[in-house]
Design a binder for this molecule. Structure first.
Ligand SMILES: [Zn+2]
Length: 93
């Protein structure tokens, strides 16, 4: 069910590939720019790596979705889909 929530983006970026279109990306001064799909990732913040921040929040999203699935009395499938869709939208930039 969870496609983006398995750390794939983080792994792709660490391998120097675009997480959106899987092309090789150029790393220039911590700016990731994809020549194929124009995805740009600002990784200039010296306090925290972009991929590290994504991995942290991704973990929270997965935990929340798990919680929602365990509490069908409070949440329905649309609620879960909304969280998943929101996270995917954020990752697309
Ligand atoms: Zn791309």
């Amino acid at each position: 069910m969870i496609i983006e929530g398995d750390g794939t983006w983080n792994k792709m970026i660490n391998e120097g590939r675009c997480p959106r279109c899987f092309s090789m990306i150029n790393e220039e001064n911590k700016w990731f720019v994809c020549d194929v799909c124009s995805l740009q990732i600002n990784d200039k913040n010296p306090d925290m790596d972009w991929s590290f921040a994504v991995a942290n929040i991704e973990k929270l999203v997965i935990e929340k979705i798990d919680y929602m699935m365990d509490h069908p009395d409070k949440y329905d499938l649309n609620d879960i889909k909304k969280v998943e869709a929101s996270w995917k939208r954020i990752l697309r930039g």
